[in-house]
Ligand binder design. Structure first.
Ligand code: GLO
Ligand code: MG
Length: 339
């Protein structure tokens, strides 16, 4: 294998199956049991929200103690922590947004909590902070000033870059859900922000397949552009069936060709980040199959890597030279079908 990929997912990807219309259908899996699944399933590292590590809003002494204990659990399992993401969307103080709330006290809470997430990352041995700006947006245009909101997001990123000079900030952009209209809805919006921060070299993106699809963009296009910027530092591979709620389906399960595009781009650009998954099991999944969406996604990714590596690049070049893209298309689809 050319690239040696490292595979990660977050503990929230093993879930109870509750959705906005119904209660849990699977028993909650204790944190330690989730962590014990990683190696068995073929994964190397864990993605964490701040409060996956230790409950939010504890004193620093308690937070430090809790984070050190979780770090030890990871070390004992031979796992690493890929990133910490401040979960700024579940608290009652972030109902109207976090960094872009109209209430200064709520904005302060969001910043203080994010700085603490950075300090947790330090203990967990990672330099990467992921910002999914879940509630930074509105349901109606006039609710907040969108221009002021853009500046507030930039100010927040700068505050974190300044708080710890060793960290990197990775924006994870999504155009909608839970808000109707998100600020910085696409990867491109956040890439533009990166260059206005106090340290562009420490500011980049995590691209989630479903989020690009929801914005009407082929994820491989977003990934290629971010790679050109040298700012693709992580991915959340998954799949999405059309423009509806964020589905987080098994990678390649809806559109194998679109999944292959992503693998092709990552492979050929010698992508160096982790292969992260952000995938939900179907609600109808029984407890005994509750990790199959993760192992299946990993398997599909690896198979697509094999396909990408089996493509005869001389043939591709010949198709390009003769401008025979019909022929190239059939050649690639045949490779995907094992023909
Ligand atoms: C939701 C996001 C979410 C983030 C996670 C890490 O749409 O994809 O799952 O990836 O909270 O920040
Ligand atoms: Mg995600």
């Amino acid at each position: 294998m050319a690239a040696q990929y490292k595979f990660t997912f977050g503990p929230w990807n093993i879930s109870t199956g509750s959705d906005p219309f119904g209660p849990p259908v699977r028993a909650e899996v204790p944190f330690a049991s989730k962590i014990a699944e990683y190696k068995r399933l073929g994964f190397d590292g864990v993605q964490f929200h701040d409060d996956d590590v230790v409950p939010a809003d504890l004193s620093w002494a308690e937070t430090e103690k809790g984070a050190k204990a979780v770090k030890k659990v990871l070390d004992d399992e031979g796992l690493f922590c890929e990133f910490i993401a401040p979960r700024l969307w579940e608290d009652h103080r972030t109902i109207d947004g976090a960094y872009t709330s109209n209430d200064p006290a709520e904005r302060k809470y969001a910043l203080d909590r994010s700085k603490k997430a950075v300090d947790i990352a330090h203990i967990m041995g990672t330099k990467d902070i992921v910002l999914w700006l879940a509630r930074e947006g509105t349901y109606i245009r006039e609710a907040k000033c969108p221009v002021t909101a853009s500046q507030r997001v930039l100010d927040a990123v700068n505050t974190l870059l300044d708080h710890d000079k060793t960290i990197r900030i990775l924006g994870e952009m999504k155009p909608n859900e839970p808000t109707d209209s998100a600020y910085f809805p696409t990867v491109g919006h956040f890439l533009a922000l990166c260059y206005r921060t106090m340290d562009p070299a420490r500011t980049g993106v995590l691209i989630e397949s479903a989020h690009s699809i929801l914005a009407g963009i082929d994820p491989s296009e977003d990934m290629a552009n971010a790679l050109w910027h040298n700012k693709l530092w992580s991915v959340h591979l998954n799949d999405q069936n059309g423009l509806k709620y964020d589905q987080d389906k098994t990678f390649g399960s809806v559109d194998l060709r679109r999944a292959f595009n992503q693998v092709w781009v990552l492979e050929r650009a010698n992508y160096q980040g982790c292969i992260g998954l952000d995938i939900k099991a179907m609600r109808s999944t029984k407890s005994e199959h509750q990790t199959a969406h993760l192992s299946n996604s990993l398997l599909l990714f690896k198979r697509l890597v094999e396909v990408a590596r089996s493509v005869d690049t001389a043939k591709v070049e010949a198709f390009r030279t003769s401008r025979n893209y019909e022929g190239l298309e059939l050649y690639i689809i045949n490779r995907l079908m094992g023909i």
